[in-house]
Design a protein around this ligand. Structure first.
Ligand code: DMJ
Length: 788
């Protein structure tokens, strides 16, 4: 029997009053849903209020605080109402709800939940497409949203879509599945969706009294921490990992190899949990030990994304199983909308990387049953090619800027159903490494030309100082909105500039030029220093370059220090780069300094948190008149600042701030990615040590009981943490891979021979040749930016 907390002693009351058991059961059962929904709605309301505040760059912190205040008020109101409700319950108990015989006939018992028909599940999945940052679909927020969406769909019919694009995607979804009752997979909401207008929700209308009572009771249960406790029990205890407590300092190469073996064990545990509980599914929920697909027949989301990590770690039997699934079960011929960018970086990138590794490193997890004697796994290239042909339909737009989505089965590009049909800038410009390598492998020039054209169209906008707004319109090729940031929707635009330059062995200086412009712009407009300790940060300009600097850093921005270092040495070690005739200069020196400072700030994001795992978003305390990057008044703090004996009262901590709604940790890779680059390039062992500390925190606080693998956290700033029940595919694709490489010898995948795509899939550098070459030049700058 499930143990539940019983603050009203209802259990004993029911023992003494036959006839009330079922009533209380109803309260308990429905209350769980209602309270979860209530909590998540309150959190969501506050989060969205905070987001709005950030977007307008006006009083962000103040606004979020107000939202939190409203949430607290709401909780207070619930608590007050709960008291009244408790009395109501008591009175009901006194009177008896119903006769025992009625109860025994199940009059008040909740109907047993029918398992959904397989067909229904498939129908619902058919309407999914892939999100930018892969939400959890078992998340209560999502489930609540799905219910609300279903209600609005039912009352509005299939014509709910609207907006400038006429709800194209909605219409397609409706055509495919007229009974669709769950949200499309994007985190963005379709037009017409929202809790605002319309009639009252049916649940509340029909069961208002019961709903209110259960809401109140469960509101109280949540308030007293019942649900958190439930989550926390899912996290494995420190004792399960003996080596964590007996960890000693690494003194030799052998010690680092031993540490690397711990990473392999974490990979094995993650993969085996997925294999055991969710094999073939696109999502894995390690706490509930369930899986879920994002397309009717699955997309191989986790299998393909993890494949090259398994290969690099030489886990042959697992690679064999993955390959077997790809061979026998994977089909792209599905009537399914997918996100162009996510599918390119994870699936196309994963398959191409597996092809590359199996060709160039045949001794890594060798498989002998495909084309014996021939190098490479044709299977991976065949599947990559088939997928790419379908993804190419995204580029069929008036400007050449790709649509946000495609329907795989229909070879059809689809504009975003939100943001006026605009695509995210980072998404449109983070496809080129994959399509260009495929062009090189297949000789198909079209893959090259269409992906390259995007860069030209974007650059023709002449964004000042190389800093691009985070949306761009496929219809016009012009920017949409003026929001500039290196976090979500902006990040990998910058990353792929320098990586495109390196991919073709520096034969395309146009991309280095664009990178140099952008880095100059980052220094000029986004870099500043914190008030107390002088940490270097990269802020945001939500209202464009003329607006204020917001001292907010997504964890996503932490890819930047590693990428700056990579650009500064062009893949060489710093020592080699300094010796190379005519290569080293003041600018490269300054870039390495900036990279060192920024990675220290990112490391501080981990040190700041209770679990040692960074929050999704961190705010920084900066002076009202922020110091420019060019300021000579700035001195970086020493690393020892993090060991300040003042502990929680340490001055450095006053520069960091994490809002409650941003305290989640999604197992993201960006900081360990930068540590990997920084170690490879500088050779400074401190970056390995920081990585080891991070890895231990992941093991300590995110491992799931019963061999469940590892989970994201909803709150990484409490101990024990609150789990989120989702293992992101980039945990195995990126985070564990970068830990492994950080502790590996430097000659494994050297940085002057490979470029890692933004999902950590290594692709080789190659010569462009005559067929494939840069087909454009940058226009002379006029000082005017085009926007839609
Ligand atoms: C990954 O899919 C990629 O690293 C992408 O560039 C950003 N988001 C996730 C990891 O955080």
């Amino acid at each position: 029997m499930n143990r539940v907390r019983d603050p009203f002693n209802l259990h004993n009351l029911t023992l003494n009053r036959p006839g009330t058991i079922a009533a209380i059961n109803i309260l308990r059962a429905t209350a769980t849903t209602a309270a979860t929904e209530f909590r998540d709605r309150a959190e969501k309301a506050a989060a969205s209020a905070a987001q709005q505040a950030v977007e307008t760059a006006a009083k962000a912190a103040e606004f979020a605080e107000q939202a939190a205040e409203r949430t607290r008020d709401a909780i207070g109101a619930v608590a007050e109402a709960a008291e009244a409700a408790a009395k109501e319950v008591e009175r009901a108990l006194d009177q008896g709800f119903q006769s025992q015989s009625d109860l025994e006939q199940g009059v008040l018992l909740p109907a047993a939940e029918e398992p959904p028909e397989e067909e229904d599940i498939e129908d619902q999945m058919a309407s999914f497409s892939i999100p930018r940052h892969v939400p959890s679909f078992t998340d209560p927020v999502r489930q609540a949203e799905d219910r609300l969406w279903a209600a609005t769909r039912q009352r509005a019919g299939q014509g709910a879509g609207g907006g400038v694009l006429g709800g194209v995607q909605d219409k397609v979804g409706g055509f495919l599945n007229p009974d669709r009752t769950s949200l499309p997979m994007y985190k963005d909401k379709p037009y017409g969706y929202g809790p605002g207008g319309g009639r009252p929700r049916p649940l509340l209308r029909k069961k208002r009294v019961l709903g209110f009572l259960t809401l109140v009771v469960l509101g109280l249960l949540w308030f007293t921490g019942f649900f958190d406790e439930h989550h926390e029990r899912a996290v494995a205890k420190l004792g399960d990992w003996g080596w964590l407590s007996s960890d000693t300092k690494a003194r030799s190469k052998a010690d680092w190899l031993r540490r690397r073996e711990r990473v392999v064990e974490a990979m094995e545990l993650s993969w085996d949990a997925y294999e055991r509980y969710a094999w073939g599914y696109d999502e894995f929920h390690p706490v509930s030990k369930t899986g879920r697909n994002m397309a009717p027949k699955g997309l191989g989301w986790i299998i393909i994304d993890s494949l090259d990590t398994l290969m690099i770690m030489n886990l042959t039997s697992r690679v064999t199983h993955a390959r077997e699934w790809i061979s026998k079960s994977l089909t792209w011929d599905q009537d399914q909308d997918v996100n162009t960018f996510e599918t390119t970086i994870r699936m196309l990138g994963g398959l191409l990387s597996a092809y590359y590794l199996s060709t160039e490193y045949p001794n890594l997890a060798p498989i002998t049953d495909d084309d014996i004697g021939a190098p490479g796994e044709d299977l991976y290239l065949e599947k990559a090619r088939d997928l790419a042909d379908r993804l190419m339909s995204a580029f069929d737009t008036p400007s050449g800027i790709p649509y946000a989505s495609v329907n795989l089965g229909k070879f059809q590009g689809l504009p975003s159903h939100a943001d006026n049909g605009a695509s995210s800038t980072a998404e449109a410009t983070t496809l080129q490494l994959e399509f260009k390598y495929l062009a090189n492998l297949t000789g198909e020039k079209d893959f090259w030309d269409r992906s390259e054209k995007v860069m030209q169209v974007l650059d023709d906008n002449q964004a000042p100082d190389g800093l691009v707004p985070i949306y761009i319109q496929p219809s016009t090729g012009h920017f949409h909105t003026s929001n500039i940031r290196l976090g979500s929707r902006g990040d990998s635009y910058y990353e792929y500039l320098i990586k495109q330059y390196l991919q073709t062995k520096k034969a395309e200086p146009v991309y280095q030029d664009m990178w140099n412009d952008a880095l100059h712009g980052i220094r000029k407009h986004l870099v500043t220093y914190t008030e107390n300790s002088g940490f270097t940060i990269v802020g945001e300009r939500p209202n464009g370059l003329k607006g204020n600097l917001s001292p907010k850093m997504d964890h996503l921005v932490c890819f930047l220090p590693g990428t700056i270092a990579l650009a500064a040495t062009e893949g060489l070690s710093e020592r080699e780069a300094r010796k190379k005739p005519g290569f080293w200069n003041k600018q490269r020196e300054a870039d390495m300094k900036l990279a060192r400072e920024l990675v220290q700030t990112c490391w501080g994001m981990y040190r700041y948190m209770a679990t040692g795992l960074a929050a999704e978003i961190t705010y920084f305390k900066i002076p009202s008149d922020p110091l420019p990057e060019s300021s000579s008044q700035h001195t970086s703090p020493p690393d020892s600042i993090f060991d300040d004996p003042a502990g929680p009262e340490a001055t450095w901590r006053k520069d960091y701030e994490v809002h409650h709604f941003d305290a989640h940790n999604l197992q993201r890779p960006e900081t360990v990615e930068s540590l990997f680059y920084m170690y490879r390039i500088t050779g400074d062992v401190k970056y390995r040590e920081w990585g080891w500390e991070m890895f231990k925190s992941f093991v300590n606080y995110t491992a799931v009981e019963d061999g469940g693998g590892f989970t994201s956290l909803s709150n990484a700033n409490v101990i024990p943490p609150v789990t989120k029940d989702n293992m992101e595919s980039f945990w195995m694709a990126e985070t564990l891979k970068y830990f492994y490489l950080l502790f590996s010898p430097e000659d494994l995948l050297p940085l002057d021979k490979v470029v890692f795509n933004t999902e950590a899939h290594p692709l080789p550098v190659f010569e462009v040749g005559r067929l494939l070459k840069t087909g454009w030049e940058r226009k002379a700058r006029t000082g005017e930016t085009k926007s839609a």
